[in-house]
Design a protein around this ligand. Structure first.
Ligand SMILES: C[S@@+](CC[C@H](N)C(=O)[O-])C[C@H]1O[C@@H](n2cnc3c(N)ncnc32)[C@H](O)[C@@H]1O
Length: 273
C-alpha cells in the first residue's frame, strides 16, 4: 500500500501532470482538498474510486483514512492544489505516514504562481529588472511567518514577489510593501488562474486599492509584485544573442548557415546562462 501526494495543478483538469493523471486512473482511494481543488480534476479518477473531500477533516481524521486504506491494502492518491511542496501542509501528513510505516511518493504539479504568470503572459525574471522570484505569504490564522521573512524584509531585494494566500490581507500587504517599492511598481491580482471563472487585474502598488473591491479577491487569489510584470520594453537576455556562443549553439560568422560549427569560434560557454 502506498500514498501518492499529487500536485493537482492550479485547477484546469488538463494542467495536472501525465504522471499524476495516470496514478489517478488506477488508485482506488482519492483524497482531495475540495476547498482548493475543483471537482473537475476528479475526471481522471476511475469510476469506482472512493473519493474523500478532506476540506472538513482535521489531521487525525485524515490519518484515520490512511489507516483504513492501509488495513484494506489500498493505494491512496492525495491531491493537493498546485504543487504539494508549496503551502501544502504535506510534511505533517508525511510524519504521520512514517509513524504508520506507510510508504509515500510525491508527484509534482504546476503551481498557481506559474499558472498566474501564464494567465498574465508575464515572464517573472526579466534581465536587469529581476532575476529572483520570492514565494511568500503573510501570517494568517493557521501559520505565522517567521519575523525575518516579513514582507518589509523581502521587499528590500526588489525581487518579483508572489504573495500566496493574500486575498484576505490585501490592505495589509500593500501597506507593508509601499515603503519599499515605488508607487508605480507593477502589481497583478489573479483569481483562480486556469479555472473557468479566472479573472485578473493589473495595476500599480499605488493605485491597486483604489481600483478594486476587496471582497472580490478574498479567496484563491495570488498577488504578484515587481518591475518584471511591466509590459514595457526590457533588455534582451544574452542567451539568444547571435554573438553569444554556448555548448549547444557555437558562434555564427556572417554568411555561414546556422547550426554549422565555424572555424575559430570562441570556446563555447555552458548553455544555461
Ligand atoms: C494553501 S495555498 C496552496 C498553494 C499551492 N500548493 C500551489 O502550489 O499553488 C493556497 C493559495 O494558493 C493560491 N492559489 C492556489 N490556486 C490558485 C489559482 N488557481 N489561482 C490563483 N491563486 C491560487 C492562492 O493564493 C491560495 O490562497
Amino acid at each position: 500500500m502506498k500514498v501518492f501526494f499529487i500536485g493537482a495543478g492550479p485547477g484546469a483538469p488538463d494542467l495536472i501532470t501525465v504522471r499524476g493523471a495516470k496514478i489517478l486512473e488506477r488508485v482506488p482511494v482519492v483524497m482531495y482538498a475540495g476547498s482548493l481543488v475543483p471537482r473537475q480534476i476528479l475526471c481522471h479518477c476511475r469510476a469506482d474510486a472512493e473519493i474523500i473531500d478532506t476540506a472538513s477533516l482535521d489531521l487525525d481524521q485524515q490519518e484515520a483514512c490512511y489507516r483504513r486504506a492501509q488495513t484494506a491494502g489500498l493505494d491512496v492518491a492525495r491531491l493537493h492544489s498546485g504543487d504539494p511542496a508549496i503551502y501544502g501542509a504535506t510534511a505533517e501528513q508525511m510524519r504521520r505516514l512514517e509513524t504508520l510505516r506507510i510508504d509515500y511518493e510525491v508527484v509534482p504539479g504546476v503551481s498557481s504562481f506559474t499558472a498566474a504568470a501564464a494567465s498574465l503572459a508575464s515572464e517573472l525574471t526579466k534581465p536587469a529588472v529581476s532575476q529572483t522570484v520570492i514565494l511568500t505569504r503573510v501570517s494568517g490564522r493557521a501559520s505565522a511567518v517567521p519575523e525575518r521573512e516579513r514582507l518589509a524584509e523581502l521587499a528590500r531585494s526588489g525581487a518579483t514577489l508572489c504573495v500566496f494566500l493574500s486575498g484576505p490581507h490585501l490592505k495589509r500587504i500593500v501597506g507593508e510593501l509601499s515603503p519599499h517599492y515605488p508607487p508605480d511598481t507593477p502589481v497583478a491580482l489573479v483569481y483562480r488562474a486556469s479555472w473557468p471563472d479566472e479573472r485578473s487585474h493589473r495595476s500599480t502598488l499605488g493605485r491597486l486599492l483604489r481600483e478594486i473591491r476587496l471582497r472580490d479577491w478574498r479567496l484563491t487569489t495570488l498577488l504578484l509584485v515587481g518591475g518584471a510584470l511591466s509590459g514595457g520594453p526590457a533588455l534582451e537576455s544574452r542567451l539568444y544573442a547571435p554573438d553569444y556562443p554556448h555548448i549547444f549553439r557555437p558562434a555564427r560568422r556572417k554568411g555561414k548557415r546556422a547550426g554549422r560549427r565555424t572555424a575559430g569560434a570562441r570556446k563555447p560557454a555552458g548553455a544555461d546562462s
